[in-house]
Design a protein around this ligand. Sequence first.
Ligand code: ADP
Ligand code: S3P
Ligand code: MG
Length: 180
Amino acid sequence: MRRLKKTVCMVGMMGAGKTAIGSAVARSLGVPFLDSDAEIERAANESIAGIFERWGEPFFRQKESQVLTRLLDGQPCILSTGGGAYMAAGNRATITERGVALWIKAAPEILWARVRHKDTRPLLRTPDPKAALMKLIEQRDPIYAMADLTVESEAEMSVERMAQKTIDVIATRPDVLEMA
Ligand SMILES: Nc1ncnc2c1ncn2[C@@H]1O[C@H](COP(=O)(O)OP(=O)(O)O)[C@@H](O)[C@H]1O
Ligand SMILES: O=C(O)C1=C[C@@H](OP(=O)(O)O)[C@@H](O)[C@H](O)C1
Ligand SMILES: [Mg+2]
């Protein structure tokens, strides 16, 4: 019997696998999976890129904070956040008050390989998306490092194996995941 006692918030850069690994972890543990980006898109009936374009990033960040607070109020689950969510001190406080933050740490080359062919990420819609990604990594990594737990991504590892590795890391905290 495994029992999730606190919500685990996946944090980390775009392409780290917060959505993919988070959903596989939730499936394996038999707990609900939520993704703050998906919740924002559902509420706005618009894509993340569309929201950025039409309403701007500050509006998106405001919605992101509201959604995070609401989702962290619910029953324990795996909650994937968007890559920028953990940057706001208020969001970090909400997360650690009600759950734990787990950083999915991936090397810059891995991240770039995963995001380069996708146009769904508005912050990379610049003339030099690779440079934009590298700059964000540099700015954000010291903040992601404040997360309660960290799991390192490996280039050759499948999402399923990464999910198992992530569960092993969560299980180091019996106050979060009880393994009876
Ligand atoms: N080992 C791995 N860990 C995480 N994602 C992987 C891995 N291998 C392949 N992928 C793929 O990389 C992409 C990661 O994107 P996503 O889950 O949307 O990341 P994020 O939500 O952090 O931006 C997905 O398409 C996923 O299937
Ligand atoms: O890093 C960021 O600031 C963002 C990451 C995206 O989520 P993923 O990290 O799931 O791609 C999404 O929230 C938005 O495009 C902004
Ligand atoms: Mg995501």
